[in-house]
Design a protein. Structure first.
Length: 351
């Protein structure tokens, strides 16, 4: 399975080599890796600020001749560029790469995705240290260009944040419940490790870096085998507390759910059904034991409690409390302003 961006990168390379070899705002090709790390950081910043990002291609001479790369070059280039993207740029830029046979020559393509939070600038410096693509090269941005980038900036979403350190693909697969993901989605997932990682990346569950992968908050909260392994998500585990009677004086048992919300959803529903009060009914001369709470209602309440919480509150997670006469679902965060007003009006009508 080819990565989605590879065909676009090949198309840009063809366009840059014909009819006259020339670099574009979307592509910069090089024979090898420069020793000037500051200049490499400038290239990465410029592509990260560019619309739709851009590509660095290694194995192409300054005149546009295809020379190719070897295994040692690939490892060294991807490792150094990934380090620069993490340590020299703010906010950090995660890169992706692939070795592609282009006109019978192996070339290393490095994809620098456009960043939503702009301007991407030199780490430890002000936003004046911002670089952009212009005329097929990277140059320092003018003040009005920085202002334009700021207007285009979007705050990063919680889901795309990094929940883990940089991991190998084997560790990612060990940390996420891959079979349960497939069952939950009702589809067969790729068995090949490379194809599986590409699919997880396309679903925003992992972020590829040159030498590994980051599990995103979405990947962790949805599919983790054990949320305790993720420092920023461990307090988001679901707590189920059973009380004796109609108040909190005596606790019967407290369970803390460790699995991700999506992969553990069905098991949690089954658990709730097993511990909630039941009653006996007679239907067609048969006596049946049924829960006093309809399963469809439990599913809806549980899903809402999980999805509509304030994920920015890292110190608390969903809480389910079971009493003799009721069950309550509590989510971290306040109601939206419009919902708060609706609740106030409803209370006023009752009084």
């Amino acid at each position: 399975m080819l990565k989605k961006w590879i065909s676009d990168a090949e198309q840009h390379l063809r366009a840059s080599l014909h009819p006259v070899a020339h670099e574009t705002n979307e592509m910069d090709w090089k024979l090898g890796l420069s020793e000037n790390e500051e200049r490499l950081a400038e290239h990465l910043m410029a592509f990260a600020n560019n619309t739709n990002g851009g590509y660095l291609v290694f194995g192409v001479s300054g005149s546009g001749d295809l020379v190719g790369v070897n295994q040692e070059q690939v490892g060294r280039i991807t490792s150094q560029l990934s380090s620069i993207g993490r340590d020299a740029i703010e906010p950090p830029v995660a890169l992706d790469h692939a070795v592609v046979e282009f006109r019978e020559t192996p070339l290393l393509f490095v994809f620098v995705p456009e960043q939503s939070f702009k301007p991407v600038h030199r780490k430890g410096k002000g936003i004046e240290e911002t670089w952009i693509r212009s005329g097929g090269t990277a140059r320092k941005a003018a003040r009005n260009e920085i202002a334009t980038l700021m207007l285009q900036s979007k705050s990063p979403s919680w889901e795309t944040g990094r929940a883990s350190s940089l991991l190998s693909s084997d560790v990612v697969v060990a940390s996420l419940d891959i079979p349960a993901i497939g069952t939950f989605l009702g589809r067969r997932l790729p068995e090949n490790a490379s194809e599986l990682m590409d699919w997880l990346s396309s679903q925003n569950m992992v972020i590829p870096d040159g030498v590994g992968f980051y599990i995103t908050n979405l990947g962790g909260i949805a599919a983790a085998k054990d949320l305790v392994e993720f420092e920023g998500l461990s307090r988001k585990r679901i707590r189920v507390i059973r009380y004796r009677g109609t108040n909190k004086v005596e606790t019967i048992k407290e369970d803390i759910w460790k699995s991700g919300y999506a992969v553990g959803f069905e098991e949690l529903v089954s658990h709730l059904k097993s511990i909630l009060p039941h009653s006996e009914v007679i239907q067609q001369s048969l006596r049946r034991t049924v829960s006093i709470y309809p399963e469809v209602a439990l599913r809806e309440l549980l899903a809402n409690a999980l999805v509509h919480q304030d994920f920015s509150i890292t110190g608390a997670g969903p809480l389910i409390e079971i009493y003799d006469d009721r069950i309550t679902f509590v989510s971290p965060g306040a109601l939206l302003p419009g919902k708060q007003l609706d609740r106030l009006r409803a209370c006023q009508k009752i009084t």
